[in-house]
Design a protein around this ligand. Structure first.
Ligand SMILES: Cc1cc2nc3c(=O)[nH]c(=O)nc-3n(C[C@H](O)[C@H](O)[C@H](O)COP(=O)(O)O)c2cc1C
Length: 187
């Protein structure tokens, strides 16, 4: 069944360049404990996007690995990651997201951004965070790793993912991206 939002997005997914083709969106994310994954999934539903998960065994859940994540993060020790065999460059828009660790993007995300595959000219960013640091620092670190300008960004507190209120913020973000696409990207 097509949801109201999907119908709306199909309508919004028109571009001045090609009025018939829907916006092709890829969402690339890392999530250690599932919070960012929940946000990525709801965004994928709203934008009719494909999902690509960055995986990293080094920080799989558990208290020891939590401590390891913090320890490595402070030392900027970039871990090996796995990324599905996808071609992000083939999409109109790529969203990249993950959690904040020690004020910066989580290390697996930093590993990805250190050697990204080809990316399209339009990028959006999203982060989840506990709330004890300002996500602006992490957004700026992500943007500094990219050669493309960032179209839009969204930060959601883990608590708001847990209580469900993140859906409103996710919808506003998805609608801005769809509208920007319909009206023509400025970046
Ligand atoms: C090692 C580590 C460091 C963290 N550092 C911060 C931080 O500096 N600021 C903050 O607001 N949240 C911090 N957090 C909380 C996470 O950003 C937050 O719980 C996030 O939503 C987890 O996402 P995930 O479930 O997708 O892994 C940290 C979490 C971990 C595991």
């Amino acid at each position: 069944m097509t949801s109201h939002l999907e119908q709306k997005n199909q309508h919004h997914s028109r571009t001045t360049m090609d009025a018939e083709r829907p916006l092709r969106v890829l969402i690339i994310y890392y999530s250690r404990t599932g919070t960012t994954k929940k946000l990525a999934k709801v965004l994928a539903e709203m934008l009719n996007a494909d999902l690509a998960e960055i995986r990293c065994d080094r920080y799989r859940p558990g208290i020891f690995r939590y401590l390891r994540a913090g320890y490595d993060s402070v030392r900027i020790k970039l871990p090996p990651i796995r990324f599905p065999p996808m071609a992000p460059h083939d999409y109109d828009l790529v969203l990249i997201g993950g959690p904040v660790w020690t004020s910066y993007p989580a290390l697996p995300l930093r590993s990805f951004l250190a050697h990204p595959p080809g990316l399209p000219p339009r990028i959006g960013l999203f982060l989840t965070y506990g709330g004890h640091s300002d996500p602006v620092v992490a957004f700026e670190a992500m943007a500094a790793s990219l050669s493309q300008p960032v179209a839009e960004r969204l930060a959601v507190k883990a608590q708001h993912v847990a209580d469900g209120s993140y859906v409103t913020a996710a919808r506003a973000f998805a609608e801005v991206l769809s509208k920007v696409y319909r009206d023509g990207f400025k970046v």
